[in-house]
Design a protein. Sequence first.
Length: 211
Amino acid sequence: MKILPSLMLVLFLSACQSPWIAELVTRPGQPLYHDDFSNAASGWTQTISPDGSLGYTGGTYRMLVQSPGFDLWAVSRQAYGDVQIEADATRLAGPLSNRFGLICRFQDSKNFYIFIISSDGYYAIGKIKNGIASLLGQEMMASSSSIQQGNASNRLRFACIGNTLKGMVNDQVIALTSDADFSGGDAGLITGAFDESGVEVIFDNFVVYKP
């Protein structure tokens, strides 16, 4: 079992405050936003610091966490209500005991939801509220055979619809809970380290759908 510690977020990005116009003209099941990271100018954060780095590489988006207990994240700079977020995630290097996944309803650097998995087969849905991290619907990260371990790629899906939060891996529902604190916001990606640094993960085929 893994206990999610307080997240020490080292990137502070602001969600775009534009109206949710796309949701009014998009049919259910159609994409509101997508990025295959083939264009390094598509707007995702690129940065290097002692704690890690974010940026495009080889048609993917790479996150490298160099400090234990830290998380790096980035968002699409859009605004959404109810959404289903999907992305392919693959561990490149570092400890199997790690955390990486998807963000929904990002309000600001201290308020958002996460769906995370680890490369040794654990998962959780969590919330960061006023900068304090907690898990929702479970006390610790739990294991699932649906997660491909090691360096295998996993297709992640995070549905945030009304008060319901649902996490899926490789088309299998593995986490389901509810929370009413955040009703809308940005969507994005997150990667973090537990006790060991050097967590390196790449993401591809990021899509936000209207449910």
